[in-house]
Design a protein around this ligand. Structure first.
Ligand code: F0G
Length: 360
């Protein structure tokens, strides 16, 4: 038993693991499934749960897939790993690279605000080589796909099937926790690896009767970065949710398959809706996530207006990353005026004795 736990050990019988595969682990997976106390009841659902993937070691769901990808890279003797990233993949690759002595190279889009500061700080702290590409995430991904072949480096983006294998364990955990699949899964969609992975996981559990049902897969893109919803690539994607600012998702076709096989949908949510859900999650549920993660909840809250009934439904929203990843958005969008006070109890009492906090 590995003292650090992790998804490979817990789900090894469902993963491409042999005796030669190192047990890469630093506590990824086994994330909390938290019952909504405000949003779910308001929507009339039977139960809405938030799966807090920000509780993974580097603060996002990427660690599940990265553990598996790194294990397979080590198994085949790789020395260097490379990825393109809007931030979280790079933070995760950099962390596992540091722990397992793999040189990590990350290519990130160079524009201001393209990568949230927390993610960049992580990649740098873990000692990755960070290269800023003067272009979009999509351009960076094109580059690393070619560079990884020419330079014999292990590509650890979700086009690497081992990433999908690791990430499907999120679906296993939901079924293990609930005793069956939920009626719906709400999930943000960027490069579309995660929706692909969750659908694979649910199907695998269903095939061996660990789940009696399959969920409808409800994916949500940001309106300014919604190629799948529009049906064509977006040349210059825009959205406050930089993690999903992607114009040409690598797993486009598998995402369509997940949508269609599950009789789900992939829709767009506006930046206003994303920020609304982001603040609502923090203020009424105590869940602080990054903007991209809030797209899943913004989408859920929009479903009734799209004619989708939530009545009696059990729904899981994947909260993909921790709010601390992107402190600038919180500073800008959640700002309340500071109140200053002299260091005197009387003054504090004068301030707080009457009306309660002004935050709400
Ligand atoms: N949520 C967060 C917090 C993300 O970082 C990402 C993707 C997604 C959702 C979307 O997942 O790409 O599998 O559809 N981040 C990638 C990155 C692109 O580079 O960190 P997806």
């Amino acid at each position: 038993m590995a003292p650090t736990g992790g998804i490979i050990e817990r789900y090894r019988q469902f993963l491409p693991v042999s005796d030669r595969t190192p047990l890469v682990a630093m506590g990824e997976g086994n994330t909390p499934l938290v019952l909504s106390k405000s949003i779910g009841p308001e929507l009339g659902a039977r139960a809405v749960y938030f799966k807090l993937e920000g509780c993974n070691p580097t603060g996002s769901f990427k660690d599940r897939g990265m553990a598996m990808a790194i294990a397979k890279a080590l198994e085949k003797g790789a020395r260097r790993i490379i990825c393109a990233s809007t931030g979280n993949t790079s933070a995760s690759a950099a962390a596992y690279g540091a722990r397992y002595d793999l040189r990590c190279i990350v290519l990130v889009p160079a524009g201001a605000g393209d990568v949230a500061v927390g993610k960049l700080a992580q990649a740098m702290a873990y000692g990755a080589r960070v290269i800023a590409v003067k272009g979009s995430f999509d351009a960076a991904l094109r580059l690393v796909r070619e560079a990884s072949e020419r330079l014999e480096m292990e590509l650890v983006n979700s086009v690497n099937p081992n990433r999908i294998e690791g990430q499907k364990t999120g679906a296993f955990e939901i079924v293990d926790d609930l005793g069956d699949a939920p009626d719906m899964l709400c999930i943000p969609v960027g490069n579309a690896g995660n929706i692909t992975a969750y659908w694979k996981g649910f199907k695998e559990y269903w095939e061996i009767a660990k789940a009696r049902s399959l969920p409808k897969m409800m994916g949500f893109q940001a309106e300014g970065s919604a190629p799948i919803v529009r049906g064509e690539p977006v040349e210059t994607p825009t959205t406050i949710a930089s993690a999903i600012r992607i114009g040409n998702p690598a797993s486009w076709q598998p995402a369509l398959k997940a949508r269609d096989e599950s009789r789900g949908r992939i829709d767009a949510v506006t930046d206003e809706e994303i920020i609304g859900a982001y603040l609502r999650l923090a203020r009424s549920e105590g869940v602080f996530c990054e903007p991209a993660s809030a797209a899943s909840v913004a989408g859920l809250m929009k479903l009734p207006s799209l004619g989708v009934s939530l009545e009696g439904k059990t729904i899981v929203c994947i909260i993909t990353g921790n709010g601390l990843k992107d402190p600038s958005t919180a500073e800008r969008r959640a700002r309340v005026d500071f109140e200053f006070v002299e260091p005197s109890l009387d003054r504090v009492e004068a301030l707080l004795g009457g009306q309660a906090s002004r935050i709400r």
